[in-house]
Design a protein around this ligand. Structure first.
Ligand SMILES: Cc1ncc(COP(=O)(O)O)c(C=O)c1O
Length: 448
């Protein structure tokens, strides 16, 4: 049995909501994708008889669907404290959202510019910028450098001095993860923002600073975000990492930037009604200017419902206070819920860190202080390779992930051969017993 931890979360009730947990699985690969709830699946069924396309019909069903679909944008905007749903663009996943920023900014890059990103990025926030700098822009005679910020190998912390030395008057955009999906490190967003702000880069709207894009895939599901306070230009995250595996990734962007940017995808519904001719195409108002073609309607509705479901689970799982309500979300409520998740996950992390420390010949990546990280843990052992460990853990009913977790640059940074580690990752529905069980299983596998 693990050390008991005090929490405001009603874990027994919370866990009853998840089909995967009810089926007996021990879910410890949450950094890849989290589980969904009975309620969200029931909602999907309930929506089926109402289903129709949005913005494309005068039937009661289409009008109703459009209403629910558009309300979903309000919920998503409220969750991160965005000014309005016009700041929210929905794509298939976070990767597509980052690519959309890259393609929308494409024509703004000037010869000699640079993009600054980090050695700890997920490939989704490195490869698009690599593609831009090495493959796309050179064909147009525009040379843009992609620069990478170091991190400290021992602590897993970003090297801000190195960042300051890389960001200069030619840095169009800084692209950085909020939390590393390999190290677990929580990056200091305010300090990163200050460095990006000081660059002096002249943006087309006259602003003199570098844009900042934060990859929030491991950040938004685990920590409270007040986007206005952070004041960053772009934030992306994916709903499949917060209870809604229904194909939605989010781009938040500042409204003035979105108004000025070129669309990423061109086609139906992103145009202003009637404004298409051989000479001129006018674009729809935000956020629809960036929503070309029929969107993932049910995915959008279920993703917003997942936010409401999450608030209920965390604050009072016996009630459907937010799930059954259409009221706009209040910042204080979101803050209370997300702080509760954070406090609990920090306690899970402390237990995990203690357990990992007892394992001989094991190297754990990232910060050793639970306050500086989230509850995902990547490690390697001298005894077995990561794939062997993950396969043997699976036989012990422990779900882990071996590989580079798409953080390939960081694995090469440590000169890992093969470029792989094994990862266990916990979400707010995991218990301290599950943390202990999974790490005990690891101890057993490594002793064999
Ligand atoms: C930090 C980080 N960035 C980006 C992604 C990619 O997200 P998606 O699969 O939704 O495109 C992930 C998912 O693993 C991630 O953890």
């Amino acid at each position: 049995m693990a050390k008991k931890i005090t929490t405001d979360l009603d874990l027994i009730r919370i866990r009853e909501n998840f089909p995967a947990i009810s089926s007996g699985r021990i879910i410890t690969n949450n950094a890849a994708s989290t589980q969904t709830t009975f309620k969200l699946l029931e909602l999907c069924k309930k929506l089926a008889p109402l289903y129709d396309n949005v913005h494309r019909g005068q039937s009661t069903a289409s009008i109703k669907m459009t209403e629910i679909f558009e309300e979903s944008y309000d919920t998503i905007a409220d969750f991160i404290g965005a000014e309005s749903p016009q700041n929210i663009i929905l794509y298939r996943n976070a990767t597509e959202a980052i690519n959309s920023v890259m393609y929308s900014l494409l024509t703004e890059f000037r010869d000699g510019d640079n993009v600054v990103t980090t050695f700890m990025e997920h490939n989704s926030n490195y490869v698009p910028w690599y593609g831009l700098c090495k493959e796309i822009l050179p064909r147009f005679g525009v040379n843009v450098e992609c620069r990478l910020i170091n991190f400290d190998k021992a602590t897993g912390e970003l090297d801000l001095n190195h960042m300051s030395s890389l960001v200069d008057r030619k840095t169009k955009i800084v692209c950085c993860t909020g939390v590393s999906n390999f190290l677990g490190t929580i990056n200091p967003l305010q300090k990163i923002k200050q460095i990006a702000d000081k660059s002096g880069y002249e943006q087309p709207d006259g602003d003199r600073r570098s844009y900042l894009l934060i990859d929030g895939c491991q950040l938004v599901p685990n920590l409270f975000i007040d986007i206005n306070k952070l004041n960053i230009d772009f934030l992306v995250w994916s709903f499949h990492k917060m209870l809604a595996p229904f194909g939605i990734g989010t781009l938040y962007a500042k409204k003035d930037i979105l108004s000025r940017l070129r669309p990423f995808l061109y086609g139906g519904d992103m145009i202003a009604e009637g404004k298409v001719s051989q000479e001129y195409v006018g674009y729809n108002k935000l956020p629809w200017k960036f929503t070309a073609g029929t969107p993932n309607i049910l995915g959008t509705i279920l993703s917003a419902a997942a936010i409401r479901n999450l608030l209920d689970l965390v604050l009072n799982p016996e009630k459907n206070k937010y799930f059954n309500s259409k009221k706009r979300l209040n910042k204080a409520v979101v803050k209370k819920a997300m702080k509760r998740i954070r406090v609990y996950e920090e306690k899970l992390s402390s237990i995990a860190l203690e357990e990992f420390q007892q394992i001989p010949d094991l190297y754990l990546f990232g910060p050793k202080d639970a306050k500086k990280r989230i509850s995902l843990f990547s490690f390697v052992s001298k005894k077995k390779d990561p794939f062997q460990i993950a396969n043997e853990l699976s036989k012990e009913k422990v779900e882990s992930r071996a590989g580079c977790h798409c953080a390939t640059l960081a694995h090469h940074y440590y000169r890992l051969n093969p470029p792989a580690s094994c990862r266990l990752s916990y979400y707010f529905y995991n218990t301290s017993d599950e943390v202990k069980f999974s790490i005990d299983a690891l101890k057993k596998v490594l002793k064999k």
